[in-house]
Design a protein around this ligand. Structure first.
Ligand code: ADP
Ligand code: ADP
Length: 228
């Protein structure tokens, strides 16, 4: 469960990115974050994976008050949250296999487990045949599948995805959405910022709209609500 209580985020230059956001996201929900560019969606997600800390307010993820976390506890919280970006952010000199296995090496998983689990997630995203490829040898959709495999390899309870289909054509985007739905179905909470009206209006989920740092709409099976 994720809970934000009166969260304010002001960056060092004085920009107010979030202005008193309160929201509760239950385990296993699938949430779209929508709203204009600059509204605060990325900031919202960065607070959840503790890339940023709130200026004011409390945020808890699975019972941890993550704004006040002791430094030594940060890795424990981070491993429980998988992050996916619009631009994939794979390590360019590592193979597909190595990019995924690396996420498990970081948490010092046993070698035998790393191999078994890495091959398992490669199967789940349909890329076992590409295990030895470098990212640059893959299409955008395939690279995003690798990024998804990396995000889920440590079995996080939450996936945060910042415009995961933003660089992909419509058909490839639907494939990525099917995969995210499957991951959600298997028990992972998903929070996804998106500008994809077609996807939001077709695969109906909870929609939280943010404008100018505030939540202006929060609906189950909601609509995109903007022209594009
Ligand atoms: P969105 O993801 O909805 O486009 P962001 O959360 O990225 O919105 O940005 C919200 C506001 O905060 C914007 O005005 C943006 O310019 C500003 N912002 C984001 N990151 C920083 C930063 N590191 N320093 C200063 N301002 C920032
Ligand atoms: P074994 O240790 O059983 O001989 P291998 O090292 O030959 O296994 O790898 C078997 C499979 O594991 C490969 O086909 C591949 O999918 C995966 N694998 C293991 N290590 C790597 C790696 N560094 N890069 C890519 N694939 C790997």
């Amino acid at each position: 469960m994720i809970e934000l209580q009166d969260i304010w985020k002001t960056y060092a230059d004085g920009t107010h990115a979030l202005r008193g956001v309160s929201v509760l996201i239950e385990r296993n929900e699938f949430v779209y974050l929508v709203g204009p560019s600059g509204a605060g969606k990325s900031t919202f997600m960065k607070l959840i994976y503790r890339e940023e800390i709130p200026t004011k307010g409390q945020i808890s993820v699975n019972g941890f008050n993550i704004g006040k976390l002791k430094p030594r506890k940060i890795p424990f919280v981070r491993r429980n949250i998988g992050v996916i970006f619009q631009d994939y952010r794979l390590l360019p000199k590592l193979t597909v296999y190595e990019n995924i296995a690396f996420a498990m090496e970081v948490i010092e998983a046993p070698k035998r487990i790393i191999k078994k689990r890495t091959l398992e997630v490669l199967d789940l995203v349909g890329l076992r045949g590409k295990h030895a490829s470098l990212p640059q040898q893959l299409s955008g959709g395939e690279q995003q599948r690798v990024a998804i495999a990396r995000a889920i390899v440590n079995n996080p309870s939450v996936i945060v995805a910042d415009e995961p289909t933003g660089n992909l054509d419509p058909e490839t985007s639907w494939g990525i959405m099917n995969l995210l739905e499957e991951i959600n179905f298997r028990g992972t909470t998903i929070i996804m910022a998106t500008h994809n009206k077609e996807i939001v209006n077709t695969l109906r989920k909870r929609v939280i709209a943010i404008e100018n740092g505030s939540i202006v709409r929060d609906e189950l099976r909601g609509e995109y609500g903007y022209e594009n």
